[in-house]
Design a protein around this ligand. Structure first.
Ligand code: ATP
Ligand code: MG
Length: 365
């Protein structure tokens, strides 16, 4: 296995920058997810690493070797795509063996590698089947196996699960994670599904518009999103982002909402707000950090339930506040009616504050 280092990587199409100065190191044996909305440059980044498209500028190193001018087939990588493109007429065994035959490996070595891969992926019993005789998940496993037999320095995967139904996707998610743990493989995994990235990756690279926004462990990105985009992209239901104004009332820092309510800030949050470039601040809160009360409480903000969505384990209540939709989760036994008055208590310790102009997370000095 090997590490991968991208330095100031740029890909332009005409005057459009699909990948904009991306710098990022993937450690040896690390599982990194490239995640972001459609069109943000994930596939382009992966294809640049694979050498399938030429880079405009920057540098790509795999292991200790700069591969800018190295042919894709000599980069020691294996790709797994969304459409697994198995040979329909060949058995699973032959599908796995084919890339090795192309490399003219001795027959005994091919046989050993194919059987090893089949064992790792728990598909020894499927080796004589044709792809059409396999389920979607089994086909995806063969596609993984075909990458595995090549014993590459790096696995590159582009939305490998997106053709599977929801249940199978969850199952394959843990299988790929297991595959990574067992092999200590270096994996760069592209997905637009933030949940896949959060659940599988050691680190996630969140992209938007060709720019790398944040690169950190899922826990860090979740707890400390660097800006409003990352805050709203990671986590489901999305973090609520409420536009407010920072004021000082009787010497105390408060936030005020469009409806006229005020929220006193903790000393730490007051210090953060002081660093805003404008009085306009955005208050961010995840659903689990807002307490819903059915009676007026000190420090709780009056609102009105808008929609109520029971999911079985947990009920999601949406409320409107200062023109924003606020998501709150409550236990299923709490029954709230739409249009019912509610009071929202925000956990000061787990509040996020963003500059209303730059949308960047506010930090205390
Ligand atoms: N050959 C090309 N010529 C011009 N523009 C391109 C080309 N390939 C990609 N792009 C543009 O570059 C941007 C990034 O594309 P890319 O395929 O990397 O997105 P993505 O993040 O993988 O999106 P998705 O989640 O939809 O797969 C898009 O705006 C796309 O339209
Ligand atoms: Mg893509």
């Amino acid at each position: 296995m090997a590490h991968v280092v991208l330095t100031d990587l740029v890909k332009t199409y005409g005057n459009f920058k699909a990948v904009n100065d991306v710098t990022l190191t993937v450690g040896d044996g690390e599982f990194v997810a490239l995640v972001g909305p459609s069109g943000c440059g994930k596939t382009t980044t992966l294809n640049l690493i694979a050498g399938l498209i030429p880079i405009t500028s920057g540098e790509i190193a795999i292991g200790d070797r700069v591969v800018n001018d190295v042919d894709p087939k000599d980069r020691d990588i294996a790709m797994v795509f969304q459409n697994y493109a198995l040979y329909p007429q060949k058995s699973v065994y032959k599908n796995l063996a084919f890339p090795l035959q192309m490399r003219k490996l001795p027959r005994a070595e091919i046989d050993r590698k194919v059987k090893d891969a089949a064992r790792v992926l728990d598909m020894t019993h499927l080796l004589e089947r044709k792809p059409r005789e396999l389920s979607g998940g089994q086909q995806q496993r063969v596609a993984l196996g075909r990458a595995l037999v090549r014993d590459p320095a790096v696995f590159l995967m582009d939305e490998p699960l997106s053709n599977l139904d929801a249940k199978l996707r969850v199952q394959m998610r843990s299988e790929i994670k297991r595959f990574h743990q067992d092999l200590k493989a270096t994996i760069i995994y592209v997905t637009h599904d933030q949940l896949e990235a959060v659940t599988m990756a050691d680190r996630m690279a969140v992209m938007k518009g060709g720019f790398l926004q944040q690169y950190d462990s899922p826990a860090q990105v979740f707890a400390h999103p660097v800006n409003m985009f990352v805050a709203s992209f990671i986590g489901s239901p999305a973090m609520s982002l409420i536009p407010v104004e920072a004021r000082t009332v009787d010497g105390r820092a408060v936030l005020t909402g469009a409806e006229g309510w005020t929220m006193a800030l903790s000393p730490l949050n007051a210090r953060k707000v002081r660093n805003s470039t404008t009085k306009k601040v955005v208050l961010g809160a995840r659903h689990s950090t807002i307490k819903l009360h059915r009676n007026a409480m000190p420090d709780a903000i009056p609102a009105k339930a808008y929609t109520v969505e029971p999911t079985g384990d947990v009920t999601f209540v949406q409320a409107l506040l200062s023109g924003a939709t606020v998501n709150i989760s409550v236990p299923p036994n709490v029954v709230v009616q739409p249009d019912e008055p509610i009071w929202l208590e925000f956990d000061q310790e787990r509040l996020h504050l963003f500059d209303g102009e730059t949308e960047i997370a506010l930090m205390a000095d």
